[in-house]
Design a binder for this molecule. Sequence first.
Ligand SMILES: [Ca+2]
Ligand SMILES: [Ca+2]
Ligand SMILES: [Ca+2]
Ligand SMILES: [Ca+2]
Length: 531
Amino acid sequence: MKKLLSVSLFSLALSVSAQSYCVPDFPSGCSYGDQIDSFSIPGVGFSHADTGCSSGSYGDYTAQTINLNAGVSYPFTVTHGFSTQNVKMWIDLNDDGTFDETTELVAEGSSATVGTVISTNGSITIPAAAPVGVHRMRVADRYSSQPIPCNANGYGEAHDYTVNIGAAPSCLSPSNLSISAITGNTATLSWTAPSSTVGVGYEYYISSSNTAPLNTATASGSVPSSVVSTSLSNLSPITNYYVWVRSVCSSTEKSGWSASATFKTICATVVPNFTFDFSSGINECWSEADSGTPATSPSGTYSSWYENGFLNNGYTGAMKVNIYTSSFFPTPFDAWLITPTFNLSAGGYRVTFDYGLTEGFDTAAGNLGSDDLVQFVVSQDGGMTWTVLKTWDTNNSPSNNTNQYSFNLANYNSANTKFAFYATNGTVADASDVDFFVDNFVVEQNVLSTSETGAAKNTVKVYPNPFSEVLNISNAADVKNVLVTDVSGRLLKTLANPGSTLQLGDLKQGIYLIILEMKDGSRQTVKTIKK
Ligand SMILES: [Ca+2]
Ligand SMILES: [Ca+2]
Ligand SMILES: [Ca+2]
Ligand SMILES: [Ca+2]
C-alpha cells in the first residue's frame, strides 16, 4: 500500500512538472498598449475580446480551449493599443513543457494600423502531422522586437490557451504560397499541392485587404489540379495585395483557405493623361538622385528635393529644393526629381507644371546665384540620356508667383519617356539662398493645338453664346465626344455621346473652349462664354 502511494505521488509529480511552463516576462509591461487586447480565430468561432493588459504582462487562459484541426490554416486577428507590435504563437506539440522556438511556431505576424485600429492579421497553421489531442498554446506580443516563448525583455504581453487538435480533414489546403514576376498590373502566384488528393483543382482569392475570405466566399479564379500556379492580372500599380488558395478535392468538398501571401505591385508605365498635385509629396513611381548632370545622367537614390508648401505657403502639397552654398560646407550639389515613366507613343501630348522661386524659407522674391541653375529635362530612353527643355538661372530667375510652364511634346513620342527637374548650386559660393518650387505636374493630350487644325470644318452649331446653364448643339448625332477646356487648353470635362443639350451649370463664369470630336474623325472648336 505504501509503495503504491509513492508511485502515484511520483506520477503526479511528473505530470505537474510536465505542465510547469516558463512564465514569460515583459519587464517594461503592456500598460501603454503593447498588449494582446482582442484575439480571435473567426473560422472556429473563437473570440477572446477586450482582455486589456494582464497584470505582470501574462494571462494564463488555459481554462479556455480552442478546437483546431491538423493540416489546416486558420486566419487570426490580434488587436493592440499601440503600433509596431510583433505576434508569435507556439503550440507544445510534443507536450514536453517547452515551446520550441522554431519547430513549434504555428503563427507569426506584425501589426498594421488602419484608421484607429491597430491589429495583427495572419494565419495559424497546424501541421498535418500535429499529434491529435490537448496541448498548450502560447500567444506572445512584443513591441518593436520579436517575442520568444520564455520572453525576458521589452514591452509586450503573452496569453496561454489550451488547444484541442483534431484529426486532419480529408481535403487539405495548399501551402507555401509564393509570388513572382510582379509588374505594375500582373503577378504570378504559385503554391505547393497538399498531401490529400485534389480531384478538381484549386481556387484562389485576391484582395487589397488582408481580411481572410470566409469559407463561403466566391473565388476570384480557379485552375485545374494539374497546375500549381496562376497569373494574376488587371492589378493596380503600387498596391498591396493579399492572396489565398484552397483545394477543390471533389465536386462536394473544398479545403479551407490556405495561409495568405502578400505582395505589392510596382509602378506601371503611365499612358497620359496624368495629373500629379504632390498632395502627399511624391510616391515610389517618382525617383530622386543626388549626383550627375543632364549631360552625364543621374545617379543616387535621394536628393535635397522635398515636399513643402508651394512658394513656402504651408509645408505640404508641392516639391521644393533649397539652392544655397554653406560657408561651412561649400560643396556643389546636384538634386534630381525624376517623374514616372510615360508612354507617349500615341502622340499629341504636352507637359505643364507650376513653378516659382522665393528667398530661402521665405515668401519674398529671390534671385538665383551666379552659377546656380534649375533645368527641366526630358529623356526618351528611360533616363539614360537627357535633353534640356528649359533652364532657369541668374538671368531669368522665376518670380515668387505661380508661373505656368507648358511644352508641346509633338516631337516626343517615346514609349519610355521620363521628365526631371535638375537643380545645382554650382561651384561658386554665391551669397544667394533661394527655394525653387514645382507643383501640378501634368502630361495630357494637347487638345488646343489638335483642335485648331480641325477648326475649319464648321458644321455643327453651338448656342446660345454666351450661355448660362445649358449649351445646345445642332446635329448632336454626328458628335462622338464633347471636350470642355479652359482657355489654356486644360481639359475640364469629357462628355461621351452627348445629347443635343449640355448641362454646364457647374462651370464658373469665364471663357471656355468646346471641342466637338465628330464621328467622322474631324474636330471643331468653339469659343464660348459662360455668364
Ligand atoms: Ca491581454
Ligand atoms: Ca515542445
Ligand atoms: Ca499641390
Ligand atoms: Ca553658386
